[in-house]
Unconditional design. Structure first.
Length: 131
């Protein structure tokens, strides 16, 4: 079952080899999916004080905003994490600027980052470069 979950994660990650995991699973999802967090910027969203240091919340959001269509492995925070997540910019961004694509293994869901209102999504050329 472990290897099947790994394969499912890999299948969701595009040519950019990036995804963002938010309360969805253990941090080893990046290794299992053979992917990187957006911009190579890893952050553990809970406890929330990690996001409040050195503008990390804003830096993660900036990396996500630059990547419409980026897969997000997402689970709604529960318990004390729910109140913490609600006070972060990242939690609000993920609520407003992602759309549900499908359920994921383990009770979470796959989402994708949506383009900013009024902004066209970036196209990826076959050569791998943005257009």
């Amino acid at each position: 079952a472990y290897l099947q979950v790994a394969e499912a994660h890999r299948d969701r990650v595009g040519a950019a080899r990036e995804l963002f995991s938010y309360y969805a699973t253990n941090d080893n999802v990046y290794v299992l999916a053979r992917a990187f967090p957006p911009g190579g910027l890893y952050v553990n969203p809970g406890p929330v004080f990690f996001l409040e240091e050195d503008g990390l919340d804003a830096r993660v959001i900036a990396a996500l905003e630059e990547r419409p269509g980026l897969p997000v492995l997402y689970r709604e925070p529960s318990g004390a994490d729910r109140a913490w997540a609600a006070r972060t910019q990242l939690g609000r961004f993920l609520s407003a600027r992602t759309r549900v694509v499908s359920p994921s293994a383990g009770g979470g869901e796959w989402r994708e980052v949506t383009p900013a209102p009024g902004r066209l999504p970036r196209q990826i050329l076959p050569s791998g470069g943005p257009r």
